[in-house]
Design a protein. Structure first.
Length: 124
């Protein structure tokens, strides 16, 4: 079972998926695995999701620690927040490419884009 399927299973057993939402997951990347050499979660969200009028939220499910496959953080992010901050994100191959910090004191701060957007306000 992949981390994606474990994250989705955890999400469905701990939370009810909001209507009009899509779910994206990330494993916990250690400094040796990430391009930034820091602890991060890497999530890519297709621009088609952001541009759909019927999608209100994206659910970001992030593994809490390396090798911990049954415990996750859940961020419920309004799509309008992503639209409003598009200029601050790194976009590649028609996807928003988020590197959310997993470092203490910087949790859920976007590291790759230009605006250092904070996502911690969406932690459920």
């Amino acid at each position: 079972m992949t981390i994606t399927s474990k994250a989705r299973s955890w999400f469905s057993s701990h939370h009810k998926q909001p209507p009009n939402s899509k779910t994206y997951t990330s494993k916990f990347y250690t400094p040796g695995e990430s391009w930034s050499k820091a602890k991060v979660w890497w999530i890519e969200i297709p621009l088609t999701t952001i541009n759909q009028n019927d999608i209100e939220f994206v659910n970001l499910i992030c593994q809490k620690k390396p090798n911990n496959e049954n415990n996750f953080h859940y961020l419920k992010v309004p799509v309008h927040f992503l639209r409003d901050n598009m200029q601050n994100f790194h976009v590649r191959q028609e996807k928003i490419s988020l590197y959310l910090s997993a470092e203490p004191g910087q949790l859920f701060k976007e590291e790759r884009g230009h605006g250092n957007v904070h996502f911690d306000q969406f932690l459920v």
